[in-house]
Design a protein around this ligand. Structure first.
Ligand code: 13P
Ligand code: SF4
Length: 347
């Protein structure tokens, strides 16, 4: 088994050898050991845009499966997108399957008529994106959710928002929608949970969530504020509505990074997002007091599956001209999935 130093050396050599033929995007939630080799870091929207601009033959995507699929959808025909570990999925994306979505659509369109527009968080499979694209909808990311939701509301239809109920709810409330104008679709029981009459409902939220961001709570905030009232709480909109409401700031990964970067020296922040990013913010801003809102930290298990050995292995296979874990979206889904993403970019 190669040592850490050997793996690092190997990666540096392969990067040198492949030169412009290789591009390594790294999501902000990736491990430090991986991020050090990333050619660009960013949130899911930034990485999608970088991938679109690059012409490298190989895009070795350090992130999770749905992000690599998005990169493939935006890639040119000669490009190959590689995910160093196929087990790097996203539990939230797995909460909406194509079959469940079709079932939900059939039930809801029968109940509400054709007046339904699907919108999906990019944290979803290419099959869900294709479903959304086929029905005239768009993808959103946490950094453009407000813009896309505003567009969707302007279409004069009820919206079905997949798969993260929290991003959907938090964004709609931000835009002035009342909670009783929303209902939640339970894909397991195949029922709509609602507190008001059908006519009042404008937004149907898929009952999905992030297994990492669900671990930030109002109780943690109350405890913290009792002991240290000068700590500001900043959270990702994948957190529960109550958490977002009680926080000082809420926004996408990019927003969290920029808010902390632009804060004056001596600022104190408790951050409600993935552990690797919180630790990196802490290391990059030694003049500020930065910690996780959850004292036990919160790691995304699947993001963390991309590690040094997997990155080295994926790169070594490129040198051998035998790429592994190539992510290729099914031809049957490609056009519709791309339509949903293109609509987002156009908005
Ligand atoms: P961003 O869009 O903020 O990068 O979020 C992606 C993600 O998976 C957050 O959990
Ligand atoms: Fe999915 Fe949550 Fe991990 Fe992001 S942090 S990849 S939403 S499980």
């Amino acid at each position: 088994q190669a040592t850490e130093a050997e793996l690092k050396r190997q990666i540096i050599e392969i990067k040198k050898e492949l030169g412009e033929d290789l591009f390594i995007p790294g999501h902000h939630y990736q491990r430090d050991e991986v991020i050090q080799f990333a050619d660009a870091t960013g949130d899911s929207l930034q990485l999608a845009l970088y991938s679109k601009e690059k012409t490298a033959k190989y895009i070795v995507f350090c992130g999770v499966h749905f992000m690599a699929e998005t990169a493939d959808l935006l890639a040119r025909p000669h490009q190959r997108v590689i995910l160093p570990d196929m087990r790097a999925g996203c539990s939230m994306a797995d909460m909406a399957t194509e079959r469940q979505t079709e079932m939900c659509w059939d039930i809801l369109t029968e109940r509400f008529g054709e007046e339904l527009l699907p919108v999906t968080y990019v944290n979803s499979s290419a099959a869900i994106k294709a479903f959304v694209g086929k029905h005239g909808g768009a993808t959103v990311t946490s950094s453009n959710a407000k813009k896309v939701m505003t567009w969707a509301l302007g279409q004069g239809k009820r919206i079905l928002f997949l798969p993260d109920q929290h991003l959907g709810r938090n964004t709609a409330v931000d835009l002035g929608m009342a909670l009783d104008q929303m209902a939640v679709w339970d894909p397991i029981k195949e029922t709509l949970n609602q507190t008001s009459a059908d006519e009042q409902i404008q937004l149907i939220l898929w009952q999905g969530h992030c297994s990492v961001h669900q671990h930030f709570t109002v109780e943690q905030m109350n405890t913290l504020r009792k002991d240290e009232p000068d700590v500001q709480v900043i959270v990702h909109p994948e957190c529960h509505y109550d958490v977002v409401q009680a926080s000082d700031y809420a926004g996408s990964t990019k927003y969290i990074i920029e808010t902390i970067e632009q804060s004056p020296s001596g600022s104190k922040f408790a951050v409600g997002t993935e552990m690797n990013l919180v630790n990196r913010l802490k290391a990059h801003h030694p003049d500020k007091d930065i910690r996780s809102l959850n004292p036990h930290m919160c790691a995304c298990v699947t993001m963390n599956r991309i590690d040094l050995p997997h990155l080295a292995w994926a790169l070594e296979q490129l040198i051998k001209n035998d790429p592994i874990n190539v992510i290729k979206v099914d031809d049957a889904k490609r056009q519709d999935a791309k339509a949903a993403i293109t609509r987002m970019f156009n908005i």
